[in-house]
Design a protein around this ligand. Structure first.
Ligand SMILES: *Cc1c(COP(=O)(O)O)cnc(C)c1O
Length: 425
């Protein structure tokens, strides 16, 4: 018997056929609905290529991507430096399991601790996604028992906010507020309570020594880009410190330069017990992280109490290192801050836009009619990708390298897009 295996089928031209193929958008969508689970509905377009802030669909149409894969493509599409670092790491060492470690994993952990200005004893756990980072944080919270080893936990409650989105796996879903996401999957892990958004008195009333942790997003992204009111994070830090509860900040959407700062919570001048990251961290490559700040929270999970096969693998951590390096060396955060402000100012001047929120390039704005989903459609037809987290709310989370000229192109086109959407109602 001949057991010879052709280890390089690409030599026979198989690569192009595997990952590109031909077909119109309509052909691909017919195949999609015959083969992919329907949880995402019908995809808006079939995308085949990207470069910087632009993407192209299977029919050759060009779009300005103002959603950035939902706050993921921090450096746009096909960034040359990130691409080359990923390819060279994959060609060197792609996966090793967590029985082993690798230089990019350690270098990325050190880099994240530096960016978070983490105190001594701070540590990092790597994941593949935001929901997994929050699962790890949920388990961390459960270990803040407030009782002696062997005794029943005294801290049985976890506090999150109305409007919160922390992910779709069961633990993160228990932290997520939206009934439509939760109810079909009950029972969820217990003990989570949702208190009114942004209400400091409600928070102070809820947090006592039966609380293990408080989970907060500095800006609620999925709820339509709702920032916590000034003073809330400081009040949450004071209340959790007083009660011995952990303060855990979900910066999966707001972190890694999205708001023009490395972390949206930076300005509050507090040190939380933990921060979760994902979306923008890998510049489009899947990678997430839980950072525990200080000795005490870092020692809550001990050897064997949590794990992951892929989390922290050499390619994902190299992608994140490359992303952070490019963001830093190209001064991209300053661009995000400036172009974001320019976009918000421009949006405020457009008739039919009633409120504009956000920081840096995480922007939410409300319309004077329930036409946001129709605006998304009209935007696509006009060559712009935007998102509607609510019936009259739109969200922009473009690559942080968006130029002022690209922002102006959208601002100039928006009045006609809005009118088309209203006419279609
Ligand atoms: C997207 C998001 C998550 C979930 O991240 P996934 O990578 O989709 O699992 C969690 N928290 C926040 C704030 C998010 O925006």
């Amino acid at each position: 018997m001949n057991h010879t295996v052709d280890v390089n089928p690409a030599a026979a031209g198989a690569e192009a056929a595997l990952i590109t193929g031909d077909g119109s958008g309509a052909d691909w969508l017919a195949r999609y609905s015959g083969s992919l689970m329907g949880v995402f509905g019908t995809p808006q377009r079939v995308l085949v290529r990207g470069a910087g802030c632009l993407v192209w669909d299977a029919d050759g149409k060009e779009y300005l991507d103002l959603l950035g894969g939902i706050a993921v493509n921090a450096l746009g599409h096909a960034h040359p430096f990130v691409t080359s670092v990923i390819c060279s790491q994959l060609a060197t060492l792609g996966h090793v399991s967590n029985f082993f470690t690798s230089p990019p994993q350690i270098a990325l952990a050190e880099k994240l601790l530096a960016l978070a200005k983490a105190p001594a004893g701070s540590k990092v756990f790597f994941t593949n996604s935001g929901t997994e980072a929050n699962e790890a944080a949920f388990k961390l919270a459960r270990r803040n028992t407030g009782s002696a080893p062997g005794e029943a936990p005294r801290r049985t409650r976890i506090i999150a906010l109305e409007g919160a989105f922390h992910g779709r796996t069961m633990g993160a879903l228990a932290l997520t507020a939206k009934e439509a996401y939760r109810t079909p999957f009950e029972p969820l892990p217990g003990g989570v309570e949702h208190i009114p958004f942004g209400d400091i008195a409600a928070l102070e009333a809820a947090v006592d020594d039966t609380v293990a942790a408080v989970f907060l997003e500095p800006i609620q992204g999925e709820a339509g880009v709702r920032p916590l009111p000034a003073g809330y994070l400081q009040a949450a830090r004071a209340a959790t410190t007083r009660a011995g509860a952990l303060l855990i900040l979900d910066e999966v959407q707001t972190g890694i330069g999205r708001t023009g700062k490395w972390l949206a919570s930076e300005e509050a001048g507090i040190v939380p017990d933990a921060i979760t990251l994902a979306k923008g961290l890998g510049g489009g490559f899947p990678v997430g992280a839980l950072i525990t700040l200080g000795e005490a929270p870092s020692s809550l999970l001990s050897a064997g109490q949590h794990g992951t096969t892929f989390g922290g693998n050499p390619v994902a951590t190299a992608a994140a290192l490359a992303t952070l390096h490019a963001l830093e060396s190209q001064n991209v955060l300053a661009n995000a801050a400036a172009v974001g402000e320019h976009l918000r100012d421009g949006l405020r001047a457009i008739p039919g836009v009633t409120e504009v929120r956000g920081e840096g390039l995480l922007i939410g704005f409300d319309l004077d009619a329930d036409v946001a989903p129709a605006v998304v459609q009209a935007g696509l037809d006009a060559g712009f990708i935007v998102n509607s987290p609510g019936p009259r709310t739109l969200r922009l989370a473009p690559p942080l390298i968006l130029t002022e000229a690209q922002a102006d192109a959208f601002l100039a086109a928006f009045p006609a897009i809005l009118q088309t959407a209203k006419d279609a109602q």
